[in-house]
Design a protein around this ligand. Structure first.
Ligand code: FES
Ligand code: FES
Length: 173
């Protein structure tokens, strides 16, 4: 199969590689960029474990081909906190409110929550549940995840930390 050169900016660093047209974005992130915090749970767009932010939107990276992400900006869980050694307020909320057990779904949950809370400052429990409806968790029963996202909302309000400058909705673009 003829390979194609793609360049994708992940967490501010541009990675260029020749890839097969069938390569999924999640495999580019994990295998070429070496960022294994983005998980693969199903490969069929069901579980949300592979969620990343692409040009300001939460997307399932197993649903997108690497060639479709050529020239795009991606944020993965590794790039969420801009301060080394410090958790992003959304990550901190998941720790404080026990929003994880095995952790397999967690990077996807955190990034979906981050996207939601950047899109809209004040969200209801119903909006939280709707936003995470594409992210499956086999461990927690979701209650502690919803609590974590509500805590994240409070953290962000307090700290005013919105670190993803590509999020277009927050900036009114
Ligand atoms: S691995 Fe992408 S949705 Fe499950
Ligand atoms: S914490 Fe185990 S799948 Fe969610």
């Amino acid at each position: 199969m003829t390979e194609k050169e793609v360049s994708i900016t992940i967490n501010g660093e541009t990675k260029t590689a020749e890839v097969e047209p069938r390569m999924l974005l999640v495999h580019f992130i994990r295998e070429i960029a070496g960022l294994t915090g983005t998980h693969v749970g199903c490969d069929t767009t069901n579980c949300g474990a592979c969620t990343v932010i692409m040009d300001g939107r939460a997307v399932k990276s197993c649903t997108i081909l690497a060639v479709q992400a050529d020239g795009k900006k991606i944020t993965t869980i590794e790039g969420l906190s801009k301060t080394p050694g410090k958790l992003h307020p959304v990550q901190k909320a998941f720790v404080d409110k026990h929003g994880l057990q095995c952790g397999y779904c967690t990077s996807g949950m955190v990034l979906t929550s981050f996207w939601l809370l950047n899109k809209k400052k004040k969200v209801s429990e119903e909006e939280i549940r709707e936003a995470i409806s594409g992210n499956l968790c086999r461990c927690t029963g979701y209650e502690s995840i919803v609590d974590s996202i509500e805590e994240a909302q409070r953290n962000l309000e307090k700290e005013g930390e919105y670190t993803e400058e590509e999020i277009p909705v927050r900036r009114g673009r």
